[in-house]
Design a protein around this ligand. Structure first.
Ligand SMILES: NC(=O)c1ccc[n+]([C@@H]2O[C@H](COP(=O)([O-])OP(=O)(O)OC[C@H]3O[C@@H](n4cnc5c(N)ncnc54)[C@H](OP(=O)(O)O)[C@@H]3O)[C@@H](O)[C@H]2O)c1
Length: 362
C-alpha cells in the first residue's frame, strides 16, 4: 500500500493503483513522504500498468504502417486491442479480421474514419468501450500526407490535410476523454512528426540523401508539416489540462519510417493549380516525392515496440520517469537539435531587440 496526495485529499492505494482509503491531512502527516501531483499520478499509472490485468488499447489507422505494427506489439505483451480502420475492405485489414476470428478475447476490429466527425466517432468509441468495459490507452495514429507547394495547394489542400491529421486527432481525443476522465486513469498517444521541426527544407516528410549542391527546397510537404505542428501544440496543451484528471499524454515524433504513407493512392503530389513561377521547383519536388517510398531508414515495428515500452513502463522505459515526448529516429533527432540550435542562436544574436521592446518603466 502507498499513501499518495491528490489535489484535495490523501489517498491510500493498493498495488493495482485503486484508491482504498481516503485519509485526513493530519493522519497523513504521520507517514506521508512529500509527493507532487505529477509524482502521484505517475505512481498511480505505474501501479496500474504493473498489474497483471491486460490493458485495453484503441488504435486508429491500423490497416498499415505504424498502426498495424502497433497491434502486433500490443498483443505480444498480452494486452487487448480495439483495432480501427477507415475501411474494413482495405487489404491491410484482412489479417486483422483473421486475428479477431482466431483470438476474439483479445482482438476486436472496428470501422472508424477519423474524419467522420465527433458524433460519429463518439458512437464507435461508445460501442468499443462496451466490448471489454473500458479503454486504457488511445492511440491517435491515423494520418495522411498530401504533398504540394504551399501557394499552389492553398487553403483547400491545407483543410484536407488538417481534416485527417489535426481534426481527426481532436475528435478522437474528444470521443475517448470522457471515459478516461471518468475512470481517472488512461493514456493518450498522439503520433506527431519531426516534419514540424523541419518544414523548410527537403525531407519534411522523409529524409532523402541529397545529391551534392542539391537545391534544398525541393521536397515540399508544408501542408503536412503545418498539420503536425498544430498537433504538437494540441498535444502539449492537452497534456497540461488532463494531467490533474489522471490522464497522461505521450506525443510521439517519428522521423522517416518505412510505412505506406508515401505510396498511398491518396498521397498524390498536388499539381492541379500550377503557377508557372514554380514549374521548375514543382518538377524536381514531385520527382523526389515519387522516389521516396522504400528509402526510409526507420523500422516501424521497432518504433511501436518503443511506444509500448513507454506506455507500459517496461523494456527501454523500465525505471525511467514518464517522458511525455518520444522522438524516434536519428533523422528526427538531428532535425530537433538543428531547430533548437537555430532558435537559441537567434535569441543570442538578437538579444538586444528581443529584450528591448518592453514598455518603458513609468
Ligand atoms: N512513416 C513516417 O515516416 C511517419 C513519420 C512521422 C509521422 N508519421 C505519422 O504516423 C502515422 C501513421 O502513418 P504511417 O506512416 O503508418 O502511414 P500509413 O502506412 O499510410 O498508415 C496510415 C494509416 O492511417 C489511416 N488513415 C488515413 N486516413 C484515415 C482516416 N480518415 N480515418 C482513419 N484512418 C485513416 C490509413 O488507412 P487507409 O489505409 O484506409 O488509408 C492507414 O491505416 C500518421 O499520423 C503519420 O503522419 C509517419
Amino acid at each position: 500500500m502507498v499513501l499518495v496526495r491528490t489535489i484535495y485529499k490523501f489517498v491510500i492505494i493498493n498495488r493495482s493503483g485503486d484508491p482504498i482509503l481516503h485519509v485526513s491531512q493530519s493522519s497523513a502527516k504521520h507517514f506521508l513522504t512529500s509527493c507532487s501531483l505529477e509524482e502521484t499520478l505517475s505512481r498511480l499509472q505505474r501501479l496500474r500498468m504493473a498489474s497483471s490485468t491486460p490493458l485495453i488499447w484503441l488504435i486508429t489507422g491500423t490497416s498499415s504502417g505504424f498502426g498495424n505494427c502497433l497491434v502486433g506489439s500490443v498483443l505480444a505483451r498480452g494486452d487487448r486491442v480495439i483495432a480501427t480502420a477507415r475501411s474494413l475492405e482495405s487489404p491491410g485489414v484482412d489479417h486483422l479480421l483473421q486475428l479477431q476470428r482466431d483470438n476474439p478475447e483479445n482482438v476486436c476490429v472496428r470501422q472508424l474514419d477519423v474524419t467522420a466527425g465527433a458524433e460519429a466517432i463518439g458512437a464507435v468509441v461508445a460501442e468499443a468501450v462496451g466490448v471489454w468495459g473500458r479503454i486504457d490507452i488511445v492511440v491517435s495514429n491515423a494520418g495522411a500526407g498530401y504533398p504540394g507547394l504551399i501557394e499552389e495547394g492553398g487553403s483547400a489542400l491545407l483543410r484536407k490535410q488538417f481534416d485527417v491529421n489535426f481534426f481527426g486527432v481532436m475528435d478522437t481525443c474528444a470521443a475517448t476523454l470522457p471515459y478516461l476522465r471518468a475512470q481517472k486513469f488512461g493514456t493518450i498517444v498522439i503520433i506527431g512528426s519531426r516534419s514540424a521541426w523541419k518544414p523548410e527544407i527537403p525531407g519534411t516528410l522523409y529524409y532523402l540523401p541529397q545529391p551534392q549542391n542539391a537545391d534544398h527546397t525541393t521536397l515540399h510537404t508544408g501542408h503536412y508539416a503545418a498539420s503536425k505542428a498544430a498537433v504538437h501544440a494540441l498535444a502539449e496543451s492537452l497534456t497540461a489540462e488532463v494531467a490533474p484528471l489522471g490522464v497522461r499524454v505521450l506525443l510521439v515524433q517519428p522521423g522517416a519510417f518505412r510505412t505506406s504513407i508515401a505510396s498511398q493512392s491518396s498521397s498524390v503530389y498536388h499539381t492541379s493549380n500550377p503557377i508557372p513561377d514554380y514549374d521548375a521547383m514543382r518538377g524536381v519536388s514531385e520527382g523526389r516525392f515519387k522516389g521516396l517510398s522504400g528509402t526510409e531508414k526507420g523500422d516501424p515495428s521497432k518504433a511501436m515496440d518503443a511506444v509500448v515500452d513507454v506506455v507500459r513502463g517496461e523494456g527501454h522505459a523500465q525505471g525511467r520517469p514518464w517522458p511525455g515526448l518520444l522522438v524516434l529516429g536519428q533523422d528526427a533527432e538531428n532535425d530537433v537539435r538543428g531547430k533548437c540550435k537555430r532558435v537559441l542562436d537567434h535569441l543570442d544574436e538578437w538579444k538586444d531587440v528581443v529584450r528591448g521592446v518592453g514598455i518603458d518603466s513609468e
